[in-house]
Design a protein around this ligand. Sequence first.
Ligand code: G3P
Ligand code: CA
Length: 496
Amino acid sequence: MSRPIAEFVRQPRTLVLAHRGASAAAPENTLPAFSAAIALGVDFVELDYLHSADGAPVVFHDETLDRTTDAVARWGGNDIPFASKTLDELRQLDAGGWFSPQFAGTRLATLEEALTLICRDSRCMIERKSGDAKTCVDLLRRLGVVDRVVLTSFDWQFLAECHALAPELVIGALGDKTLTVEMIECAKAAGAAILGWDDKLVTREHVELVHRHSLRAWVWTVDDVNRAKELVGFGIDGLISNRPDQMLAARGSNADKTLITVATYNEIDNLPALVEEIFRHAPEADLLVIDDNSPDGTGQWCDEQAKKDPRLKALHRSGKLGLGTAIVAGMRYAIEHGYKYALNIDADFSHHPKYLPDLIGGMDPPGGPGADVMIGSRYIPGGGIEGWPLKRYLMSRSVNLYARCLLGLTPKDCSGGYRCYRVTKLAELDFDAMLSHGYSFQEEILWMLKRRGCRFGETPITFVDRVRGSSKINSREAWAAMWVILALGLKRMKAE
Ligand code: G3P
Ligand code: CA
């Protein structure tokens, strides 16, 4: 149900990878550094691993223990080889005190522990320093994380062996020599989809060469913001950095922003007032209008308005393609442009913008816990509906009850469309795999996010039925939604 990793690495925006975790904020290659990187919302957490003397894959970078542990103080001597110690011995070491007293006592992590932490909420770029292919592939398969990692190494023979064992793995070949076409062919033969290269050698021509051969170009290790911006200008696909916070900022200025999306078809009577109200209640947000070539000029109005207000953006589609696909288009835009939250609102004032601060504020409230999805809810105390006939109300309540039972969803309002999503969570979804084309879209997306372990929050809203036009849902569409929810429910039963 998550977005395939092969597709994720091909997205148009530059990915940000935290080199050895957020290694400027916490000791490199430790669980605290990985947690700090995940909290920043990086696309991947990079780590290195080696095999211990007794063959356990352990997260560590150097060949000797001296620099980043207390091994010398503990055991005496110098240049103590990592590979001379067993996992039990390595576990005794302090791998955090060298960095700062705050991290004293931090233990080395096994690759299994690190992947379990990272792959729950993010993705991992694994760099194998030593160890055999089978142990690595077996571990990835056992943990069920093949689709959450990119496996990299300077040792391309190792990569070729992993590729032979698991052709579905996304592989990155690392290099620190001037790139040639022969090298590209060799990397491809080892199954590489990505080339991760030394920053000193990366030029515009390098990136173009990589792209001409249909590979992605990643670069290590970039900590200077101006250099990062230059590389983004070259079209680099991944920045591996000790300062992922700064790279996220260099990639684009949307990392802290909400993108509000509104789908329109002939909404010229509502839209100017709606835009004004949205910016009154959420002045820091950007607004994307997704217009399906409205004959009434809604799209042209947006283009004119966008020239005056850079917060407003317009996405033009060729014709009436439906609300579900418009919402997905908005989500994809938010992912590709690196927004923090994506919030959908109806164009006709049935969702009033006065609730925007509650929806956005619920995502990361001071003192937490926050939500991955905040739902503007009609069915919790304080919420309500104005203007619906009893039949329409009963239909909505029945579909909600049905979805909650069949899909195990916990929110009281699973069918409403006024929601704020955490974009890093949306980026994990495979929208192409969705079954819904209509009314059940809202339930299906909640279900997909629930399966990714997302947290849901609800804030009360009063939904006011649209003043112009008629209610869009008829009973045929409601029945179609029931079928989709039933199909998802059966899938759920099979999986559990
Ligand atoms: O991402 C590749 C890069 O990490 C290689 O260098 O020494 O940091 O493992 P190193
Ligand atoms: Ca590395």
